[in-house]
Design a protein around this ligand. Structure first.
Ligand SMILES: *[C@@H]1O[C@H](CO)[C@@H](O)[C@H](O)[C@H]1NC(C)=O
Length: 395
């Protein structure tokens, strides 16, 4: 009697966390909860700020126009059109006079706004379509400062339009792989048809989850074009470029490596048993097979007739990224390069080529452009850039 109690306690101490963890993993097979973990859309990180009053983020009066996009399946997406500062300065007097978009509501008709007209009527305007990562809204964290930074290369030309996907922020619906692709297609159609910006003046920018959305969008539009080619409606849509910040190979690879807040490997214990992890992955509905889609995209582009570069992909990944390990960009890059040569390329061949064509860009701690560890050196080292195929910084 006397000895049993501690034993029981020990047994409980071991069994309880194991059972709780098993319960957690079991819950992940329920699509609703799984989506909450993959998309983190319930975590808004916007505090008391109102997404319809962008001035609260330090933008100038009417520099940002909040507006709505309707998707073909009836969702309403919240969007921001961010004017570059140089252009704002040229039209400041008129912009300041305009009533802010219906006093704290999204502009009912964005085409009536001066900001929209400045975008549409400038034949040299450049547009970045911004696809954010999981969690938060288009107003979270460093996202608003990054919209500002993007116009630095041409402060009177580069506009940014960012959206909250379905289920994020004040957009309606709930996220899914098909849904987010439809959201991206809706934004691209708005940019090309409503704003009249030719795709050669549009860059897709994605971060984390947004990179998967960008590649899906680009691949869908290029593949449709490659197969048909003739009809006007389906003529090739090739964007000026695609910028991927912290991309990932696919969700299945990510589940094995993902760490919450730098430390907790969410599925680390499961990953010890590859069979179990594979089984669990069959329950994942949002697979985002980005590496295959990037390869399909490259192949589709190459089938489109005509000279000149058809695609331009830039990958940016911190070497010490603790959410999405750097190896994801390595894998993606390999799939992209492999697809660009008819006979393919092994990882070893690619590594040799990278070493041979590497361009030193100086030391940037933790950040590299199209960077790949030199095969020979293991330490964190100078940033490196590897130019193979048609990879280049935008504009
Ligand atoms: C590389 O390309 C070859 C030829 O197109 C293909 O058979 C192979 O599956 C590709 N490998 C990868 C890892 O994409």
């Amino acid at each position: 009697m006397y000895h049993r109690l501690p034993l029981k306690l020990v047994a409980c101490a071991v069994a309880a966390p194991t059972l709780l963890y098993a319960l957690f993993v079991a819950l992940l097979t329920i699509p609703y909860l799984q989506n909450q973990v993959i998309y983190l859309h319930s975590v808004t990180q916007t505090g008391p700020l109102d997404l319809n009053v962008p001035e609260q983020w330090g933008f100038l009066r009417n520099q940002v126009t909040p507006f709505h996009l309707r998707t073909p399946d009836g969702e309403t997406l919240h969007a921001w059109h961010v004017l570059p500062l140089g252009l704002y300065q040229q039209h400041e007097a008129r912009l300041v006079q305009e009533e802010p978009a219906a006093s704290a509501r999204a502009a009912p008709d964005v085409s009536q706004r001066l900001s929209f007209q400045l975008l549409r009527d400038d034949p040299e305007a450049l547009l970045v379509l911004h696809f954010h990562g999981a969690g938060g809204t288009l107003g979270s964290g460093w996202r608003p400062p990054s919209y500002r930074a993007m116009s630095a290369a041409a402060p009177d030309k580069i506009h940014v339009v960012a959206i909250d996907y379905r289920g994020f922020g004040t957009s309606t619906g709930s996220p899914s792989e098909e849904g987010l692709l439809l959201d991206a297609q809706t934004l691209a159609a708005w940019a090309m048809n409503d704003a009249g910006i030719h795709p050669s003046r549009i860059v897709l920018f994605g971060q984390s989850l947004g990179t998967a959305v960008c590649i899906s969008l680009a691949q869908t539009l290029a593949a449709a074009a490659a197969m048909t080619g003739e009809e006007d409606k389906k003529s090739p849509v090739l964007f000026a470029g695609i910028v991927l910040v912290a991309p990932f190979a696919d969700v299945a690879t990510l589940t094995a490596t993902y760490r919450v807040a730098k430390t907790v490997p969410l599925l680390g214990p499961v990953a010890q048993f590859p069979g179990l992890l594979t089984w669990l992955n069959t329950y994942i509905q949002s697979k985002w097979p980005t590496k295959e889609r990037l390869a399909d995209f490259v192949r589709a582009c190459q089938r489109i007739p005509g000279d000149g570069p058809k695609y331009d992909v830039t990958m940016i990944h911190a070497q010490d990224d603790y959410d999405i390990p750097w190896v994801h960009s390595d894998v993606l890059y390999w799939y992209g390069v492999n697809a660009s040569s008819p006979s393919g390329m092994t990882l070893e061949e690619l590594e040799r080529e990278k070493v041979a064509s590497r361009v030193e860009l100086g030391t940037v701690v933790g950040l590299s452009l199209l960077a790949h560890r030199p095969a020979s050196s293991g330490n964190r080292s100078p940033s490196t850039a590897c130019m193979i195929g048609s990879c280049r910084i935008l504009w």
